[in-house]
Design a protein around this ligand. Structure first.
Ligand SMILES: *[C@@H]1O[C@H](CO)[C@@H](O)[C@H](O)[C@H]1NC(C)=O
Ligand SMILES: *[C@@H]1O[C@H](CO)[C@@H](O)[C@H](O)[C@H]1NC(C)=O
Ligand SMILES: *[C@@H]1O[C@H](CO)[C@@H](O)[C@H](O)[C@H]1NC(C)=O
Ligand SMILES: *[C@@H]1O[C@H](CO)[C@@H](O)[C@H](O)[C@H]1NC(C)=O
Ligand SMILES: *[C@@H]1O[C@H](CO)[C@@H](O)[C@H](O)[C@H]1NC(C)=O
Ligand SMILES: *[C@@H]1O[C@H](CO)[C@@H](O)[C@H](O)[C@H]1NC(C)=O
Ligand SMILES: *[C@@H]1O[C@H](CO)[C@@H](O)[C@H](O)[C@H]1NC(C)=O
Ligand SMILES: *[C@@H]1O[C@H](CO)[C@@H](O)[C@H](O)[C@H]1NC(C)=O
Ligand SMILES: *[C@@H]1O[C@H](CO)[C@@H](O)[C@H](O)[C@H]1NC(C)=O
Ligand SMILES: *[C@@H]1O[C@H](CO)[C@@H](O)[C@H](O)[C@H]1NC(C)=O
Ligand SMILES: *[C@@H]1O[C@H](CO)[C@@H](O)[C@H](O)[C@H]1NC(C)=O
Ligand SMILES: CC(=O)N[C@H]1CO[C@H](CO)[C@@H](O)[C@@H]1O
Length: 677
């Protein structure tokens, strides 16, 4: 860990002078000690159940009784109960207990069990044997990775007084206790739903950033199955060490609590846009690269899972390194993994046969089905990884692999379009033997630029939008689940098709549902659900197992910052950048974030006769301003606020959908004003 990339250095400089913009939207707590905010429901004899919404209450549970508490948002951590008087301390043969259950969704609130972390059943109650007054804390292996609801249960004939129920919040273990809400990035626009979605995405990734000594112990791995699906006593511990380092970015907060390269492809850009938590990203990538075997393969999932191949997740680990380099410009880190990166690339290229395409031999992916053969998603991700490799090799002056990679990429692109593009349908088929047109492969074809022309991109965007249900974008390759993971890439695909309206519409539809449905947490994003809006995720038999805080569901956070407010880094660390606001039906959008190179921001206001964009990029960098299209002829004027650069004037003739690009803009604070003639 290099100190130069610590978020605290940036904040240390900034926090004394600057308030954090739009701080009121940040869901991360300002202190690690939390209390419930309200009573969800109560059964049996419980006096003053709402007493425990503060730190010094008095709530007496008598006989069989239970109260469910609501924290108002998804949280995580270790519970402590403060006990007052106890009627049965065991001295005459009876003993009082207080049990605790946890649930992310209101639908699994129960006085008998928690929601689930295993493939079947429900997790056991956490019992405290209470002998008398005092503080009773759960052992650390009984920290719960995510819950919005906590139920206190009393099960005997006596009574117990509880004076406080508090949680020690454990996510973001490497950040100081008072700094959990000290974001380096912000977003704001004139749509409150989108504002809440951006901040819920940022918070979801914080919830998924854990102490690596507290992964899931997986004591029932390959053991519990549907035959014991009514079990309400599944044992659970969070005490398995998953990575080295001080923090790890995992797939989900409640489960699996494992690093996952595919999930990181969505989470990493969102983290850069919000908290710039580079240390966790680095620890996470390192934990995958140490598992690389002599063939070059990086396994799908780390221990306790066996080291199996997933062609896509293997490539996603390489994409993670490329993203990290783009956002940090840290060539020291890139150099440290470059030989392994190239070995992993060669491993994937070894699956390309004489057709020029990769023949996928492992079904492992994001729990979709039918992953095999000349699969469009896998080949698009491969194409994208090769082109990223070419950029990385150029950045490191390692010219040796470049020409082979270029030739391989060109052939792969040509062969893929020849074999899998269906011109009539305007989409790619999943592989060479099916007519199924997947969501994942079509969005990845656009995102990877394996498409050969813009009409393909427009057709894919339009066809995908046609499929939306009232709950979002379904994935036919995965039993029609709604996958917020793949839909995160779909947001990017609509922006690349220059249809901002479609990107915003999908955010409002799908993430709006995830935000506002009463079964959700109103704070973090679920991993998947059915196309009819039921909280059923087809790959799982056990609905109580679904994770409500999954980093792979945070696509809007980066999409709003990079594609809507339009603050984009083009090369390492932001040495070159692009300001490309694309507001769709919004009238105002603003975003900013900091990297080790400095602060980048853009704030665009639509006016009666054009628009104004105030933007900022660090001194010593250069960039371009790109406006997707204008509805009128007019004039663009760029003024540097400190007068360091001369004004730039551009006449814009009326053009249909042609972007206006102003190149070679020096870093600094600028105002760009476009006025229609
Ligand atoms: C002993 O047990 C009885 C019956 O449950 C109970 O009412 C009483 O409070 C208990 N006393 C002590 C000191 O535990
Ligand atoms: C109260 O009882 C109802 C009906 O049995 C149950 O659904 C609910 O989970 C219980 N709530 C608590 C807090 O015990
Ligand atoms: C209450 O729960 C505890 C912990 O499971 C158990 O040991 C005890 O026997 C239960 N008490 C009653 C009265 O069921
Ligand atoms: C975080 O921000 C708060 C103000 O919101 C400030 O008091 C605190 O010092 C900051 N913490 C760090 C570590 O920068
Ligand atoms: C996790 O905690 C349980 C219960 O204390 C213990 O039996 C187990 O050995 C622990 N596992 C690890 C990996 O520490
Ligand atoms: C792809 O690889 C599998 C496994 O090696 C093989 O059985 C299959 O024939 C290959 N497909 C093609 C089209 O060559
Ligand atoms: C091709 O795609 C279809 C649809 O996803 C799938 O059922 C089939 O198994 C795939 N073929 C291979 C070889 O994986
Ligand atoms: C690559 O070469 C350029 C030009 O010679 C040099 O400025 C740059 O520092 C080199 N980069 C690395 C990582 O060696
Ligand atoms: C996409 O690929 C085409 C070649 O097919 C290339 O001309 C274009 O520059 C690529 N676009 C990007 C953004 O890399
Ligand atoms: C953009 O997508 C929407 C669907 O959300 C569609 O109605 C509209 O026609 C598309 N616009 C263009 C220019 O393709
Ligand atoms: C959801 O959370 C927001 C704050 O982020 C709050 O204003 C709103 O009332 C909450 N909605 C519900 C239904 O609890
Ligand atoms: C999953 C699990 O641990 N189930 C157990 C619940 O308790 C019953 C009775 O003690 C056991 O038979 C189950 O195996």
């Amino acid at each position: 860990m290099r100190a130069a990339f610590s978020p605290f250095l940036l904040l240390g400089l900034a926090s004394s002078v600057l308030a954090i913009p739009y701080e009121e939207y940040i869901l991360a707590p300002k202190s690690r000690t939390l209390h419930p905010v309200s009573v969800h429901s109560s059964n049996g004899s419980v006096s003053h159940p709402d007493g425990l919404t503060k730190s010094n209450g008095s709530t007496v549970f008598s006989g069989d009784a239970a109260t469910a508490y609501d924290f108002g948002k998804n949280i995580a951590g270790v519970v402590t109960l403060e006990i007052g008087s106890v009627s049965n301390n065991g001295s005459n043969g009876t003993q009082d207990y207080i049990g605790v259950t946890f649930s992310e969704s209101s639908i699994w609130v129960s006085n008998k069990s928690c929601d689930a972390t295993a493939d079947a059943g429900k997790d056991e109650i956490l019992w405290f044997k209470v002998d008398g007054p005092g503080r009773y804390s759960a052992p650390r292996e009984k920290e719960r990775g995510a819950f919005r609801y906590m139920t206190l249960v009393h099960n005997s004939t006596g009574s117990v007084e509880v004076t406080a129920a508090e949680i020690y919040f454990t996510p973001m273990p490497h950040w100081e206790d008072d700094a959990l809400a000290n974001y380096t990035g912000y977003f704001h626009c004139d749509d409150e739903l989108l504002n809440r979605i951006w901040y819920a995405g940022a918070y979801t990734n914080q919830m998924c950033t854990i102490d690596p000594n507290h992964g899931n112990a997986w004591i029932h791995l390959f053991q519990i199955n549907a035959s014991i699906s009514d079990a309400t006593n599944v044992t659970w511990y969070n005490n398995y060490t998953i990575t080295n380092g001080s923090s790890a970015l995992v797939d989900g907060a409640k489960r699996e609590r494992l690093v996952a390269a595919g999930d990181a492809a969505i989470a990493v850009p969102a983290i850069i846009a919000s908290t710039n938590d580079v240390v966790s990203i680095e620890d996470t990538l390192n934990s995958l690269f140490v598992l690389q075997d002599s063939t070059g393969m990086i396994p799908y999932a780390p221990p306790p899972f066996p080291p199996v191949l997933s062609h896509t997740y293997h490539l996603y680990a390489l994409i993670g390194v490329s993203d990290l380099f783009l956002f940090t410009g840290d060539s020291e880190y890139l150099t440290s993994v470059w030989d392994q990166w190239k070995l992993a690339m060669e491993f994937s290229l070894g699956f390309i046969d004489n057709t020029g395409m990769m023949n996928v031999t492992s079904p492992m992916d994001w729990l979709r089905s039918g992953m095999g053969g000349y699969n469009i998603e896998a080949n698009s991700i491969l194409y994208n990884t090769i082109t990223r490799g070419i950029s990385l090799a150029k950045a490191l002056n390692d010219t040796e692999p470049i020409s082979t990679w270029e030739t391989t990429a060109d052939k792969l692109k040509a062969a893929t379009n020849e074999l899998l593009w269906d011109e009539t349908a305007g989409m790619y088929t999943d592989n060479e033997t099916t007519t199924l047109m997947p969501q994942d492969g079509n969005v990845w074809a656009v995102v990877s630029n394996i498409t050969t022309n813009s009409s393909q991109i427009e057709a894919i965007s339009a066809n995908l939008a046609e499929r939306w249900t009232p709950y979002g974008a379904p994935a036919p390759e995965a039993q029609d689940v709604i996958s917020p993971f793949i839909s995160g890439f779909e947001l990017q695909a609509h922006s690349m098709a220059l249809n901002t309206t479609a990107a915003l519409a999908l955010m409002r539809l799908q993430w709006g549902f995830m935000m506002d449905d009463p079964r959700m947490t109103n704070s973090t994003f679920i991993e998947g659900y059915s196309k009819s809006g039921e909280l059923i995720y087809a790959p799982y038999l056990n609905d109580a197992r679904i994770s409500h805080a999954h980093g792979w569901s945070t696509g809007p956070t980066s999409a709003l910052t990079f594609n809507i407010a339009g603050v984009q880094l083009l090369t390492a660390g932001g040495k070159t950048w692009r300001i490309a606001p694309s507001l769709g039906d919004l009238k105002f959008a603003e975003a900013g974030f900091s990297t080790s190179v400095g602060t980048f921001s853009a704030k665009t206001q639509v006016t009666d006769d054009g628009f104004t964009t105030e933007f900022q990029a660090p001194e010593g960098t250069t960039g371009e301003v790109k406006i997707p299209s204008t509805s009128c002829a007019g004039k663009m004027v760029l003024q540097e606020s400190d007068g360091k650069s001369a004004d730039i004037n551009v006449d814009v003739a009326e053009v249909e959908a042609e972007p206006v690009v102003v190149p070679d803009v020096a870093g600094g604070k600028w105002t760009a004003t476009f006025t229609c003639n």
